[in-house]
Ligand binder design. Structure first.
Ligand code: C5P
Length: 252
């Protein structure tokens, strides 16, 4: 992963979510989409099923690995998990911003300075703000005050202050986060759906197209079902890359 998010090549701005149950189906999807996609996201389902084997297999394919474990625990435990992920040379790793300042600071410190953990220079941390399936009502039901915008802005600032590489938010909040946190913080947005919404929004509540997300400030878009369920995943990924390129141009 590039030191600075502005230096990211186009293919690494599309992260394909490998939400599959086993190694073979994950690697099949990688081989079918590798030309267009430069970053692959390993989430809870695949990592729980397959374990670190998937990380090794992806490194052999020479692609960036985005390990989406959404860590949320006491600082000491998160530090250990960040070290373990760094040893696997993952490019991106997620933690929950709502784990709080001490947890975020510890997670970032685990990668910084004089650490002897191999891979610590490669791994970058992303803080998840509010999950994209959460509506305003659901956020208040779990105790977050203010609407999604307030929650996301507050958590993004917390992540930035703790020195993290970036945040994960819905495309609807990308412009807000960019305004609040400036040009250096990487913004990663799932919840990407095409206008004709095929497949439909599924369980995502706050969605946008890849073009809109990037135009509004997203640096990396995470896409799962719209590529995985497409009749031709490689073609769907190539189309999304075009949209990302157009979004970057529209920003200027
Ligand atoms: O299939 P779909 O495009 O909805 O996949 C979105 C991916 O992004 C999933 O792997 C999901 O875990 C992840 N994600 C999300 N919302 C967040 C963080 C991650 O949907 N806030």
């Amino acid at each position: 992963m590039a030191e600075r998010v502005v230096d990211l090549p186009l293919s690494k701005r599309l992260a394909l979510a490998l939400d599959t149950p086993d190694l073979d189906s994950a690697l099949d999807l990688v081989r079918r989409t590798r030309g267009a996609v430069g970053t692959y996201k390993v989430g809870l389902e695949l990592f729980t099923s397959v374990g670190p084997q998937i990380l090794k297999a992806l490194r052999k394919e020479d692609v960036d690995v985005f390990l989406d474990l959404k860590l949320h625990d006491i600082p000491n435990t998160v530090t250990g998990a960040v070290h373990a992920a760094a040893r696997h040379e993952v490019a991106l790793l997620t933690v929950h911003a709502s784990g709080g300042r001490a947890m975020l600071t510890a997670a970032q410190a685990a990668l910084a300075g004089k650490t002897t953990v191999p891979g610590a220079g490669i791994t970058r941390l992303l803080a998840v703000t509010a999950l994209t399936h959460l509506t305003g009502n659901e956020l208040s039901a779990i105790g977050f005050t203010g609407g999604p915008d307030d929650v996301v802005a507050r958590l993004a600032r917390l992540a930035k202050d703790a020195g993290l590489f970036g945040v994960v938010c819905s495309p609807e909040e990308a412009a807000l986060v960019r305004r609040e946190c400036g040009p250096e913080l990487a913004i990663v947005t799932p919840g990407i759906r095409s206008r004709d919404a095929s497949p439909a929004r599924d369980d995502q509540a706050r969605t946008a197209t890849a073009f809109e997300a990037v135009r509004d400030g997203a640096d990396i878009v995470v896409v799962g079902r719209p590529i995985r369920s497409a009749p031709d995943p490689a073609e769907a990924a190539a189309r999304l890359l075009d949209e990302i390129a157009q979004g970057l141009q529209a920003r200027a």
